[in-house]
Write a protein that binds this ligand. Sequence first.
Ligand SMILES: [Zn+2]
Length: 141
Amino acid sequence: MSTSKQPPAAGPGLPVLEGEEPWTDEEVVEQRAELQDELERLERRIAATEAELDSLMRGGTDGAGRDPADVGSSNFERDQEFSLAQNVREMAEQLRLAIHLFDHGEYGYCEVCGQPIGKGRLQVFPRATLCVTCKQREERR
Ligand SMILES: [Zn+2]
C-alpha cells in the first residue's frame, strides 16, 4: 500500500497568456461553477422578465379600467422590458456557448483569432469568448 502523495491531477487546464500564472485545478473548477451560477442567475431573470412582460401585454390588450395616460406609460415600460429581456437573453446565450466550449476543452481561446483570451480577463468576464484585441476590433465596427 502506497502512502506517497497523489500526483497533481493532469486536468486539461485552461490557456493563459504569456506571463500569466497557470490555472490551478481549483481555479478551473471555480471558473466552471461561476459560469453555471451566472447562467442560472440570468435564467431566473429571464423568467421574471417574461412573467412581467406577460402581465404588461395582458394589461395592454384587455385595457379595462385604465386611462390613456396609464396605457402610454405601460407601452414605454414594455419597450424597456423588451430591450432588457433581449440583453439578458444575449448574455445567457454567450454563457451557454462558454459552458459548451468549456465542456469540450475549447474554453479560453478567442473565437476569432484562436489565441488564449487570458486568465485575468476570464476571471473578470467568465463569459468572454473573444480576446481583448478582437473584442476592441469588434466594438470599433
Ligand atoms: Zn482574438
